[in-house]
Design a protein around this ligand. Structure first.
Ligand code: ZN
Length: 282
């Protein structure tokens, strides 16, 4: 299943993508797409619904982030060796973890706002893992059975805030609109191998990132297991698993996002995002 959320920000309704690619409303069956409906039993109940019986969603309807009420966004740093190399950082021996504020979450095609005082706003296409059931101290072999599904994440980053303003990376990762999620939450039965997915990102039609999740240093299963040794993960939590080479920071000369540009990014089988970059209003 491909689950969606549609409607205005803060008032999104649940839905799904049918076999013809049309968006259908699931409001008659579930309140929202949140952690409370992402366990295997709840997802099976939704699978039993005949999509043809569901009302169509208007074609011009806004897509919201594909999961609502996210409890936390755990991010993995430098999880692709080519990206670690382009930033001049050594390949990590253990996953680097940091957080994004959940207030940064936005819809897959919402505009990305460059924050005030920004000098170096950058892009990062990433495979997102959405947790389906609570997990702690899980073995790697069992880890993916706690995953509801996967989505595209753009881990938008302000590099000065991230690296030059003291303390943790969180300052550069958490501005409003810095975490587009979606377009769809693709349930894990449709993603048999999360380590074999092509991924890409364009800025103004120019390919900047072009890689595959096969290049991850630490796999999705390893990451869920590893993170669960430091914190419990709840249904609806999101893990952003790191970005491959090709970010603006890694280029020579370096390049940064500017108002008026458009980002397009996607992952094989998980759909595509498109964001207009705008200046912070006022
Ligand atoms: Zn990232």
């Amino acid at each position: 299943m491909k689950l969606i959320r549609h409607g205005p920000p803060g008032a999104e309704k649940p839905g799904l993508v049918d076999i013809d690619g049309q968006l259908r409303d699931l409001s008659g069956h579930v309140r929202d797409v949140t952690g409370s409906v992402l366990d295997d039993r709840s997802l099976d109940r939704l699978r039993d619904v005949d999509p043809q019986s569901l009302p169509l969603v208007a074609r011009d309807s806004r897509l919201g982030p594909c999961v609502g009420e996210v409890g936390k966004v755990v991010c993995v740093g430098l999880n692709y060796s080519d990206h670690a190399a382009e930033t001049g950082a050594p390949t990590p021996k253990e996953p680097i973890l940091f957080f994004k504020a959940t207030s940064a979450i936005s819809g897959p095609n919402d505009s990305v706002m460059i924050p005030r005082d920004s000098l170096r706003t950058d892009w990062e296409v990433e495979l997102g893992i959405v947790i389906g059931s609570e997990v702690r101290y899980v073995e790697e072999a069992d880890a993916l059975s706690h995953v509801a599904g996967y989505c595209v994440v753009n881990d938008v980053s302000e590099r000065d805030f991230q690296t030059k303003r003291g303390g943790q990376w969180v300052k550069g990762k958490s501005a409003d609109t810095f975490c587009p999620l979606g377009p769809w939450l693709v349930t894990r039965d449709e993603v048999p191998d999360p380590q074999g997915l092509d991924m890409w990102l364009d800025v103004n039609g120019e390919r900047r990132q072009d890689s595959s999740t096969s290049n991850m240093i630490f796999s999705a299963a390893f990451l869920v297991s590893y993170i669960s040794r430091f914190m419990s993960l709840q249904a609806g939590d999101v893990i952003a698993t790191g970005t491959p080479a090709g970010v603006g920071m890694g280029r020579n000369p370096q390049v940064w996002l500017a108002a008026g540009q458009t980002m397009r990014l996607g992952i094989q089988g998980l759909g595509e995002q498109r964001q207009l970059v705008v200046a912070w209003p006022g």
